[in-house]
Design a protein. Structure first.
Length: 139
């Protein structure tokens, strides 16, 4: 178990920061639904509006799973997989005009880095139980 001392406090702070940002990113999908659906449509995503809503749900629930510590491994794996898929499909910097490449590369790298963080949380979650969590696990 990741204890309730400094190690547990650091893990809790990381969970709140990381999971909170993921949840806010997901909330943004709902607050800017029309704009994000338009972008998804521009990128050729089928059922763009539904895809934005679904991805918002994944980010909100996955982020909250980490913050609260309820099914954190499952949440982290789902978020990690989504972020890799989104990086490749939505931020294909190699396939856009030169003036868009830097922005798309930045978004691509952000998604890949966040996916790595999510997978690291998944690994920590499979190795031990977390202090300061709901104690609900799927693995």
């Amino acid at each position: 178990m990741v204890g309730s001392g400094l190690e547990g406090a650091l893990l809790l702070a990381g969970r709140v920061l990381f999971g909170g940002i993921l949840a806010l990113m997901g909330l943004n999908h709902f607050l800017n639904l029309d704009e994000m659906a338009g972008y998804a449509e521009y990128k050729g995503l089928p059922a763009a509006r539904l895809s934005v809503v679904a991805s918002g749900v994944v980010l909100v629930l996955g982020g909250l799973a980490l913050v609260v510590g309820a099914f954190p491994v499952l949440g982290a794996i789902v978020v990690g997989a989504f972020l890799v898929a989104a990086a490749v499909t939505m931020h294909d910097f190699w396939a856009v005009p030169e003036e868009e490449q830097q922005t798309e590369m930045t978004q691509f790298l952000k998604n890949v880095a966040l996916a790595g963080g999510a997978l690291a949380f998944a690994a920590v979650g499979t190795a031990s139980e977390w202090a300061y969590s709901a104690g609900l696990t799927a693995f």
